[in-house]
Ligand binder design. Structure first.
Ligand code: 4AD
Ligand code: MG
Length: 481
């Protein structure tokens, strides 16, 4: 049967026509006023019931969470709080919701509680808004790259290679765990496994992306990636979505320009296409922050923070310059950092990234030219500096409240340099022959980066835990639903 979305009814400009609505009950008060939501927008539609002409038994079933059908004329509302309402002439219960058992009552629930009932949390306004923003950002990613002539490349989920060389992979196998075939030396014989080799879930589509970029020019991947790192933080997932553009003939600066343009485009797109959702999330955050001491509250509200990012250039500096700022910073001098910055060469901890972004520059920062030792094998080697220190053409984009949003680099296109680095790290060149072929035949400078999609959604929604911006989070000791 034909029914109209609540979003369209709330925007209606003509009245009197009969409409049919199918939705879920949010609240029912005074035996008369039904607040209905069908997911099409955050707003509820008021449906007014003539209880004197409605069976008592039917009224009793109008519980929060029940699915209903109402029909009647759409009229201008005389009451406060809504512009339109439906005068119900016909009411049907499509699916009951037992108020004794339905866990979502019309009151405030904590995000922790909602995480435990992630299968039902879509029904709250907060998660309605979050997943609309998430969808909009995903759509905008395709729009951005399509408009610029990039090809969407589907990199494999199952691979034999460890793109990041960090060894944090989930194994994929059909071998019998209780009785795997073994070689003479006792090790597992993967020749008998499904793919006749050991395989894992991808940690990054970059290496395959490079192969395609070295023929198609500009490509991007957008898909799930998997990391078996035991990081129980508000920024890490074991399964997360990554956007990885890869561009032939791009050098590091081109790479940074593209990443900054992309992030600004995506934030602007969300502001333009989800104004109601972002406004709702802004107010949610203001409420949440009221519970914090003044000093810990954000200086800017969510919308101002997003606009601020659009209006300012990201600060660009080298790792070496950043280390100098950090070394001389107050928290370092006063030994307030947990990890004190003493010399050059160690990786930055999130307290250092946050200091640079939130205290020192107060805006997104692009750090470049990291020490080779702390970055992946494929990054382009810079000439050693005057003190003989080795760096690579890496770039990380750090965001307030998030830390690392994007990680990327110019790629090492020189075969001898690349193979040399792989040897140093013990990465067997024969297993990566396919990758090295790009450097053997028509090699050229190229660059790319990876955007952690959930970290972007976190930033744009103003949420604080990454588990709240993906429908069903996978984290250590948790893969429910
Ligand atoms: O810095 P990462 O590890 O870089 C790569 O994987 C490169 N292959 C990307 C490239 O150059 N094509 O990861 C990229 C981004 C990080 O900046 C972060 O935003 C996100 O992915 N990320 C995670 N997000 C959620 N949970 C995790 N466990 C993440 N690990 C990385
Ligand atoms: Mg990184």
């Amino acid at each position: 049967m034909q029914h109209t979305r609540i979003k369209d009814l709330l925007n209606a400009s003509t009245f009197g026509q009969e409409v049919t609505v199918k939705a879920w009950v949010k609240t029912f008060r005074n035996n008369q006023f039904l607040a209905l939501n069908d997911g099409s927008c955050l707003g509820n539609l008021q449906a007014v019931i003539d209880f004197t002409h409605t069976e008592e038994a039917l009224l009793k079933r109008l519980n929060t969470g029940a699915a209903v059908l109402v029909r009647g004329p759409l009229v201008e509302s005389l009451g406060k709080g809504q512009r339109v309402e439906v005068k119900v002439s016909h009411l049907e219960i499509l699916g009951d919701s037992d108020p004794e058992k339905f866990p979502l009552q019309p009151k405030k629930h904590s995000l922790e509680f909602l995480r435990e009932i992630a299968h039902l949390r879509f029904r709250t306004n907060t998660f309605n808004a979050i997943f609309k923003v998430r969808h909009t950002l995903a759509f905008a990613i395709h729009q951005f790259f399509n408009d610029r002539g990039f090809v969407y490349l589907h990199s494999p989920i199952i691979t034999g290679s460890d793109a990041e060389g960090a060894g944090e992979m989930f194994r994929v196998t059909t071998l019998d765990l209780n009785n795997p075939p073994r070689l003479e030396d006792g090790s597992i014989n993967y020749k008998e496994d499904f793919f006749a080799r050991s395989t894992n879930l991808t940690v990054s589509g970059q290496l395959e992306g490079e192969l395609a970029a070295m023929a198609l020019g500009n490509i991007y991947t957008f898909g799930p990636t998997f990391r078996a790192e035991n990081s129980n933080t508000t920024r890490h997932l074991a399964e997360f979505w990554m956007v990885e553009p890869e561009m032939a003939f791009y050098e590091l600066k081109d790479n940074m320009d593209l990443a900054e343009d992309m992030l600004k485009y995506l934030i602007r797109y969300a502001l333009e296409h989800c104004p109601d959702e972002i406004d709702f999330l802004k107010n949610r955050l203001l409420e949440e922050e009221k519970l914090k001491p003044q000093a810990e509250r954000s200086e800017l509200d969510l919308v101002s923070k997003l606009n601020f990012c659009l209006e300012n250039n990201f600060e660009r500096l080298t790792y070496t310059e950043a280390i100098e700022i950090l070394r001389q910073s107050k928290p370092n001098q006063k030994k307030q950092f947990k990890y004190l910055i003493e010399g050059w060469g160690t990786d930055l901890q999130s307290e250092h990234e946050r200091y640079l972004v939130e205290k020192h520059f107060k805006k997104p920062v692009i750090l470049t030219d990291y020490p080779a030792e702390i970055k992946s094998f494929y990054m382009r080697q810079n000439e050693p500096d005057a003190q003989g220190r080795k760096t690579v053409g890496a770039m990380d984009i750090l965001f307030p409240g998030i830390g690392e949003m994007v990680g990327g680099s110019q790629r090492e296109e020189r075969l001898d340099r690349l193979v040399g680095r792989m040897e140093e790290l013990g990465i067997p060149a024969e297993e990566m022959d396919w990758f090295l072929d790009t450097r053997r035949f028509g090699t050229a400078p190229h660059s790319g980066f990876g955007l952690g999609f959930e970290r972007l959604v976190l930033f744009v929604t103003g949420m604080t835990n990454i588990r709240d911006v993906i429908p069903f989070p996978r984290t250590p000791k948790n893969a429910e639903f």
